[in-house]
Design a protein around this ligand. Structure first.
Ligand SMILES: C[S@@+](CC[C@H](N)C(=O)[O-])C[C@H]1O[C@@H](n2cnc3c(N)ncnc32)[C@H](O)[C@@H]1O
Length: 264
């Protein structure tokens, strides 16, 4: 990790500050259920391969790693923040299949065409040059392999305003470097510029997202009795599943998930 750019240094410092907040999410049942539902969707878009290699880039505290280990022979979780990686506690399904790497998504320590699946949950928007990083993902993907990407969406004016408020909260981290969200068209354009074509899209998170995603950033449900918070979280998630099916509303979600493949 020598020769860091100023942007990389700031990202590492910001994520050092927020690593505990990421770890604490799983301590709240309503937030854990929300994360699990998002992960179910992401994994539902991820082709499984018993003999294959899956890498989770910007894996943070490793929220996807154990479940990936149930579907792939080898799993690599890569992140530039040691404090984030330290938050990963391997469960029984990891079975020694998971390797953690402290590294940089802009220069992956992986061979060309070596990965069956590249996953990236909520990390692309922290990159200085997203197209360069997407090209790096494409480089390591086997032909016919899949990139499964989850990113904050920015198609809705209300979510834009709410996001601006959240960013001002002291718990967000004292250093704010690049932290974007993308419209549907912007995300597709970035992928196309990197030679990746979208084969599937899911939208996720309408009402539950702001209240359940990160209980320390928007501290509302965490102050309610646990049973009530879980029931409210479950109700909001059920409503969200309905909203995700309404054609005119589905693209107004807080979050977008895409599966993309290298263009031959
Ligand atoms: C918003 S967090 C998402 C973490 C995890 N994927 C999740 O969904 O919980 C973004 C992650 O990207 C990592 N990150 C930022 N820049 C990076 C880089 N250049 N290389 C590798 N990881 C990076 C951060 O340390 C952080 O863990």
């Amino acid at each position: 990790m020598s020769g860091l750019t100023e942007h990389r240094r700031e990202q590492i410092e910001m994520h050092r500050q927020v690593a505990d907040m990421y770890r604490r999410r799983s301590g709240y049942a309503f937030s854990e259920a929300f994360q699990q539902e998002r992960n179910d969707l992401l994994l539902g878009m991820t082709p499984a391969d018993d003999d294959g290699l899956a890498v989770d880039l910007g894996c943070g505290t490793g929220i996807l790693l154990d479940r990936l280990a149930g579907r792939f022979a080898r799993v690599v979780g890569l992140d530039s923040s040691q404090e984030m990686l330290d938050g990963y506690v391997a469960g029984p399904t990891a079975r020694g299949a998971v390797i953690l790497l402290r590294g940089d998504m802009t220069q992956l320590p992986l061979r060309d065409a070596s990965c069956d699946v590249v996953l990236c949950r909520s990390a692309l928007h922290h990159m200085d040059d997203e197209v360069a990083v997407l090209r790096e993902m494409r480089r390591v993907l086997k032909p016919g392999g899949s990139l499964v990407l989850g990113e904050p969406a920015n198609d809705n004016v209300l979510t834009r305003l709410a996001r601006a408020w959240v960013r001002r909260r002291p718990s967000f981290g004292r250093i704010h470097t690049i932290d974007r969200a993308y419209t549907r068209a912007q995300l597709r354009e970035l992928l196309a510029r990197a030679g990746l074509s979208v084969v599937r899209e899911e939208r996720f998170g309408f009402l539950a997202y702001p209240l359940c995603d990160n209980p320390d950033l928007v501290p509302v449900l965490k102050h309610l009795p646990a049973g009530l918070a879980s029931a409210l979280g479950a109700g909001l998630r059920a409503l969200d599943r309905l909203l995700a099916r309404v054609p005119l509303l589905r693209n107004q979600s807080w979050y977008a998930m895409l599966e993309a493949r290298p263009v031959p």
